[in-house]
Design a binder for this molecule. Sequence first.
Ligand code: HEC
Length: 284
Amino acid sequence: MKAKFLLASLAVALIPSLSFAAGGPEVKIVGTTADRTDVASLQRGARLFVNHCLNCHSAQYMRYNRLTDLKLTPDQIKQNLMFTTDKIGDTMKAAISPKDAKEWFGAVPPDLSVMARSYTTERLGAYLRGFYKDDTREIGWNNLVSPNIGMPHVLHELSGTNTVKATVFKADGKEVKDDSAAKALAQKAFIASNTMATFEHHVEKKDNKVESSYIVKTMVPGTDGRMTPPQFDVAMADLTNFMDYVAEPHKAKRIQLGILVMFLLSILLAAAIWLKKEFWKDVH
Ligand code: HEC
């Protein structure tokens, strides 16, 4: 029990700093991840999800009564987590209709049932932390991970409001000699950033000349929210953890089974090696 607890707190304390570029700018994530076996984290994630996401999104493959998996009683589920229906066997539906959403946001909020799988949990966690104020946009918000997305920053009361600083690196023939020098400088700034950051390469054609520049955007903390930045980080790790559970409720069991199978296979391997030695002992 103690070991399990230690392991879980270790996973929460782990601060990965990794980057990815799947379909969008290369993003550097600075943040916390949560552990799939941490039931308290999944419960907190569930609460955030039903309170803040089901207003606009559905999770049509998730039924409320499945939440008993997370050690919640049907009564707890009914009283604390069900806002868009009163039938516990129902799937998680959105509070607004797709038609209204399309009208208000210009895009239909996608179903979130398997979002964690298509988006990956790292990218999802970064997306949820990646909102910043952008007055050039009608909705007033933008996102580092998914630029120009139609979703407003619905959690800004919790997180507070961030802004973004964009720095452009390009060759000027003097201090920054050429394109590769500009790229190296940009990469250095990207890696050195201790907040979430993105790295983009822009190529523009101007008067038959190709202009290349590198843009590094870094998140700048702004006004405070109800949570401190580390608290918000943990909350988003919980929310991502829950969405990962929704996308694949059996994942924890699958991993356990995998470990068991590997263990059994290694016993078989040891037995096979021993047998081989026994068989060949007399031959030499
Ligand atoms: C006010 C309505 C609204 C709420 C509340 C809302 N979203 Fe969204 N969300 C949208 C809209 C609209 C889009 C589609 C935007 C687009 O395609 O441009 C979207 C898109 C997304 C995407 C896809 C992003 C991408 O890159 O394609 C994810 C993931 C997402 N939402 C997660 C969440 C989560 C998690 C919550 C709860 C914290 C949430 N949303 C709450 C409106 C909302």
